[in-house]
Design a protein around this ligand. Structure first.
Ligand code: MGD
Ligand code: MGD
Ligand code: SF4
Ligand code: MO
Length: 666
């Protein structure tokens, strides 16, 4: 028996350090690493038994060829050489007949490791396939925050320990960022007040916050402006900081803020004017405010603008100047490595078309698309469950003339539609280098258990496909660990402060050191925070309402702590007792004559899904809430994505999962 350090591979901001005990080539125990600066020795319930995922009886063991109808799930095992031969022959035929752009790779963050996450890019660039815009998560949030902050360093989570006012803004912390709770608790013990802003009473709001604010979905930009209005009116801004470090405050104060009185903002957001005043005063009077900004608020048609407006708040009070103050949206610890080692973007052929992953349903069904998509290669993602507008996505995946390959660990809802399924390794079976988007840390992971069956990593399959195409570049003859080593070496040219490379090679968590005054090192064209930003249209931010749908209820479909997007649906002990639930306020339920526990249907112009009704004041009037992205088997049919839309955010082409309305019938 031996215990190895490694990192959690999932798309979670915590990117925990794990200690995995291995016996006879299998993982037998998984624990949180006490030496990891953010994990601090604890894990979420999902990963505390990661060995049950890695060695699950449902893991795919060999390549498969479909024998039944698409979606049915009937397959027969084939060998790797047969699978590679068939895929490359089909790709070559499709490229000859329709052009290479008729082939579309589709992936997201099934694994966050730099090698496996990006391991197919070079293959598809070299092939000349359509380029996928990977926008399903929260690009509008990043875009809006960057409009103000440029490439400045984002505040580290541990900084919050010294804050006296923490705002958990659109963050489902107890599901999605549980290790931040430690920093919040330390601050609270030192007297900090915790605010939470969400569209319903989340567990985070109920159990962690001192003060909760329930906001009408998609109106956070108006709240930010209302707070700025009060800060200005009541002399709570930091004028010295504004004069020295901020561009455009006088313009915003004169041209925009007068229109956002507490009364008007109350009408826009549904928050009582006194509550807006109370929050603004708490924010303005605190010594060091810390905003931890989640992503939900940005998945609306006004998401980028909302992020831009929220990013103005710490500028107005000079939060970055105070120990403990700042804004944590998403951290780019990936900046510490040179992903070009694996991307090979020079192989990307100029003029190749780009298709947006949020529009997969439309792309697969669009008869006018030229060339049409004739081959779809899915890896590290499960769009049949997670992509918006599920009815369209499933219709597209069912096309008999679409050649679909799915590289997966499990026979997911998407894999059921594949012509060829390829078995993928888990993170314990492949080498990689992990970086976090919620804290400053890097960690190497090694193959510490034997591959399950004939599973191969993304990088290994990309190399097999390249060889099957007859390409002989030495690039495709490297191993996973060759690339990891190049990435490790690249940290020396990418990160300004020195890193302990030997520690990184050993697989221990390596914190990314930050300069002492990193919070005031504003990396924008002007060297200041840019409230007025001439590179953006409009140059001064202002609120725009979300466009959304027309139906009776806002439909919030938030994260569930038991699963992560559609990952972990395989774990019976986590999903066993589950049916999809819909939370509704008692007065709404009474008006519609609905009973607690009854089956209801939520529907709109795109589709419908069935839920068990939970009548609770946790959902405000006019909003219904369902948590989790459940697989077909667990949901017992269509999931929340039957209701979501393919429309995009105002900037950056992001998803609008929460900009949705539904009618509910008994
Ligand atoms: N257990 C678990 N962990 C996860 C995930 C998971 O599904 N389950 N998903 C992973 C992924 S891919 C990501 S991107 C992160 C996401 O982590 P978070 O940012 O925490 O999650 P979001 O889904 O963006 O939703 C955050 C909150 O936004 C709220 N919200 C929705 N609309 C609005 C609005 O208009 N205004 C405000 N103020 N709040 C709103 C939702 O109700 C929700 O509580 O979590 C990761 N971690
Ligand atoms: N209704 C609704 N839908 C949502 C959301 C929501 O809040 N509401 N959230 C959205 C968000 S934020 C995101 S980021 C997306 C994520 O959506 P997806 O990208 O589909 O993520 P997962 O559902 O986690 O699926 C990842 C898959 O990758 C596989 N995998 C893991 N490791 C590897 C590997 O090394 N190689 C290969 N080939 N496969 C691997 C896993 O088995 C898993 O099936 O979902 C979005 N969908
Ligand atoms: S909290 Fe997130 S990063 Fe940590 S073990 Fe759980 S899923 Fe992985
Ligand atoms: Mo995400």
């Amino acid at each position: 028996m031996q215990t190895y350090p490694t990192a959690c591979p999932y798309d979670c901001p915590d990117c925990c350090g794990l200690l995995v005990t291995v016996a006879d080539g299998k993982a037998v125990r998984v624990a949180g690493d006490p030496a990891h600066p953010f994990t601090r020795g604890t894990l979420c319930p999902k990963m505390a038994h990661y060995e049950r995922t890695v060695h699950h009886p449902g893991r795919l063991r060999t390549p498969l060829r479909r024998t039944g109808k698409k979606g049915e799930g009937a397959f027969t095992p084939i060998s790797w050489p047969e699978a590679i031969q068939e895929i490359t022959a089909r790709f070559q035929n499709i490229a000859r007949e329709y052009g290479s752009e008729a082939i579309l790779p589709y992936s997201y963050a099934g694994t966050m490791g730099a090698v496996q996450h990006n391991g197919y890019h070079a293959f598809f660039y070299r092939l000349g396939a359509s380029n996928l815009l990977r926008t399903i998560c929260a690009p509008a949030k990043s875009y809006g925050v960057q409009a103000v902050m440029g490439k400045s360093f984002i505040t580290a989570p541990q900084e919050a320990q010294r804050s006296d006012c923490i705002v958990l803004w659109s963050l489902s912390m107890l599901a999605t960022d549980i290790h931040f709770q430690h920093d919040v608790n330390v601050a609270r013990q030192r007297g900090a007040k915790i605010w939470c802003i969400d569209t319903y009473e989340t567990q985070t709001m109920a159990r962690v916050a001192d003060e909760g604010i329930i906001i009408r979905p998609g109106t956070d930009g108006a709240l930010a402006l209302g707070v700025l209005h009060i800060l200005l009116r009541d002399g709570l801004t930091d004028e010295d900081f504004l004069a020295r470090y901020v561009q455009g405050w006088p313009e915003l104060a004169a041209q925009v803020l007068p229109r956002y009185t507490p009364e008007r903002v109350s009408q826009l957001t549904g928050i009582r004017a006194e509550r807006i005043e109370a929050f603004a005063h708490a924010y303005g009077r605190a010594r060091a405010t810390f905003i931890r900004l989640g992503s939900g608020f940005s998945r609306y048609t006004n998401g980028a603008m909302a992020a831009r407006l929220i990013a103005c708040l710490p500028a107005a009070v000079g939060a970055y100047a105070a120990p403990g103050g700042g804004l944590l949206s998403s951290i780019s610890s990936s900046h510490a490595i040179d992903r070009e080692c694996i991307y090979h973007t020079d192989w990307r052929q100029p003029g190749t078309r780009s298709l947006n992953m949020c529009e997969l349903g439309r792309i697969l069904n669009d008869t006018k698309l030229a060339p049409p998509v004739k081959a779809l290669f899915v890896y590290s993602s499960n769009p049949a469950a997670t992509a918006p507008d599920q009815t369209q996505v499933l219709r597209g995946l069912a096309r008999e003339d679409l050649f679909t390959v799915v590289h997966e660990r499990f026979l997911t809802d998407t894999a059921r539609y594949a012509d060829i399924v390829l078995p993928a390794t888990s993170s314990l079976e492949a080498d990689d280098l992990y970086y976090s988007y919620g804290n400053y840390c890097l960690q190497r992971g090694r193959a510490i258990v034997l591959p399950v069956g004939e599973s191969k990593s993304n990088w290994q399959v990309a190399c097999l496909l390249a060889q099957g195409m007859g390409w002989d570049e030495p690039f495709f003859r490297q191993t996973d660990s060759d690339i990891v080593e190049q990435l490790i070496v690249s940290t020396q040219r990418c990160w300004e402060q020195p890193l302990d490379l030997e520690k990184l090679r050993r697989g221990e968590p390596v914190p990314l050191p930050l300069a002492k005054d990193y919070k005031l090192d504003f990396r924008t064209p002007s060297g200041k925070l840019e409230i007025w930003n001439p590179a953006h249209e409009p140059a001064l931010p202002d609120y725009q309402p979300p466009t959304g749908d027309a139906a009776a209820f806002h439909f919030v479909n938030a994260p569930d702590p038991r699963i992560l997007d559609s990952s972990f649906n395989e774990r019976e002990e986590l999903t066993r007792s589950h049916t999809m639930e819909l939370m509704m306020h008692p007065e709404d339920a009474a008006r519609l004559h609905l009973q607690d526990g009854q089956r209801v249907t939520a529907r709109n112009t795109r589709g419908q899904a069935a839920f068990t009704l939970v009548i609770t004041p946790r959902a405000p009037q006019g909003t219904v809430v369902s948590e989790g992205v459940w697989s077909h088997a667990v949901a017992g049919g269509m999931n929340t994505n039957a209701l979501t839309a393919q429309r995009l955010t105002d900037r950056a082409g992001g998803s609008t999962f929460y900009d949705v309305k539904v009618d509910v019938i008994g």
